[in-house]
Design a binder for this molecule. Structure first.
Ligand code: SF4
Length: 282
């Protein structure tokens, strides 16, 4: 059994917001939900080989998954040792659709981490308020451990430029520096029953399937995740990797955080903004 700092798992790739520069590309209107049956098989396999200090259930927006409560129980069943802290990261939008979630979170000692994506935008504020209030109620009246994570701040660093088909890698050709500045460097992903270095690499093939990405992405689309059939030696080597050539796609310089526009803007807005007419529309 190997330990690792963090393992993240998308229960759905769908998100109701379009936060600019999302490192999981969840702002690009993806779809696809992982069944509890598939997730159970993947976790059963990997939990016998890798024990993370933090296991993070996220997406996309995980409260869009109809079986989220079952998923929470299943994850703790696979990682019963309290060594593994489980976080459920949600933008709070659909907490109200899961009345049994507070009980599941308490029973599994899972933290509900509410991501806050804007403090200024009124459209976002209107949509966020209901879930925000419910999360506070769960904390105060139901005894759920709730944290509020400020994703309006320094953690929202751009990892690519543009959007959709116009998305481009940085290619600063200094993978060591890119990795040094990377906010996702410990965010290992469990995706399609394989381990991936980070969200930027794990969900890039989804981007390529949806959009005709430029040739600049070809080297990064060649990334090979780790299969469950790997040897212990291969797993050990994978977990110890720091910068790799693939890190060239991310910025080598320390960039300022993105000041996000309204996270409720539709995907079509962003696609139009970055197509060849973008300057005129702007
Ligand atoms: S490719 Fe490297 S630098 Fe880029 S997000 Fe992944 S780990 Fe970070």
């Amino acid at each position: 059994m190997f330990t690792t700092r963090q393992l993240e798992f998308h229960v759905t790739h769908t998100c109701n917001f379009t936060c600019e520069g999302c490192s999981h590309y969840s702002n690009h209107g993806h779809s696809g939900t992982i069944s509890v049956k598939d997730a159970t098989e993947w976790l059963y396999n990997w939990s016998r080989r890798v024990k993370p200090k933090h296991f993070v259930i996220l997406g996309g927006e995980p409260t869009l998954h109809k079986d989220l409560v079952d998923m929470v129980y299943m994850v703790r069943m696979m990682y019963p040792d309290p060594y593994t802290k489980i976080d459920l990261v949600s933008n709070a939008s659909f907490l109200h659709n899961h009345p049994n979630l507070p009980e599941a979170l308490k029973a599994t000692n899972t933290t509900l981490a509410i991501s806050i994506h804007s403090i200024k935008d009124p459209n976002y504020g209107k949509r966020f308020k209901r879930g925000y209030n419910l999360a506070k109620e769960w904390r105060h009246s139901r005894g759920v451990r709730v944290e509020f994570w400020d994703f309006t701040n320094k953690h929202w660093i751009p990892q690519y430029t543009g959007y959709g088909a116009m998305m481009a890698p940085y290619e600063d050709n200094d993978p060591q520096q890119s990795w040094n500045h990377c906010v996702s460097k410990h965010a290992l992903q469990l995706h399609e029953n394989k381990l991936w270095k980070c969200p930027a690499l794990a969900y890039l093939p989804m981007q390529a399937k949806k959009y005709k990405l430029s040739e600049k992405w070809s080297p990064y689309l060649k990334y090979k995740p780790l299969d469950i059939d790997c040897t212990d030696e291969e797993l050990k080597e994978f977990l110890s990797r720091e910068h790799e050539s693939y890190c060239s796609m991310c910025p080598a310089k320390k960039l300022d955080p993105i000041i996000k526009q309204d996270p409720t803007l539709p995907v079509s807005y962003w696609e139009q903004k970055y197509d060849h007419m973008g300057d005129i529309i702007e």
